[in-house]
Design a protein around this ligand. Sequence first.
Ligand code: ZN
Length: 237
Amino acid sequence: MKTRSSKPNNSRARVYSVRAFALVLALSLTAATSVSASALEAVDTASSFQVVVNKTRPLTPITYRPTDLVSVPKYNPYGRIVRKTVAKALVQLGDAMKADGQGTLIVQSGYRSYSSQTKIHDAKVRALGKIHGEKLAARPGYSEHQTGLAVDFAARGVSTLTESFANTKAGIWLAANAYRFGFVLRYPRGKTSITGYSFEPWHFRYVGVEIATAMHDQNIATLEEFNNLPAAPNYLN
Ligand SMILES: [Zn+2]
């Protein structure tokens, strides 16, 4: 066994502690700057739970498709798919809604691919013209449903995709409670000039419990306002 003399080790230890202090300082400075950098990156990154998609912020790449799409295991009569984390949250949400006696959740729609959005968009534009058609169907690459993080809700025996959903037992419960499961009402009433969409009481977007709770507690209604992004009332061209 080798014996070490304590003297050089002590002076080395001092050098190390100075270096360690410098390292900790450098790391904490890096961490402070990278928080805002990563927050910015998150709203731009298609695969981030914080991505913001609207009429001025298409997905990158425009044909983005999530790699972790799964079928929602409950409340899913139409066989919709969403990202894995969202599927889990949807089951918890549906279970809580049922436990509260507010009806049986139905996932009306979830992920839509670039190509299926192209078909929907083109059919509406052909039928109604560009201005009216695009009020009803987003351009491919600009639909939040393409992130795999957006869902349209219904409830058993309740009609949806109309504003009256807001006044149903299910619609009222969802508006008040979805944040606890990481979902925000993405197109609130009175925010069309910011979101670019009319009030859609059925359309919710998964952002994670932390962000959804922060928005709820701070009373911030849109992702644009929460992230200090410009309003997106219209497409840029
Ligand atoms: Zn929707």
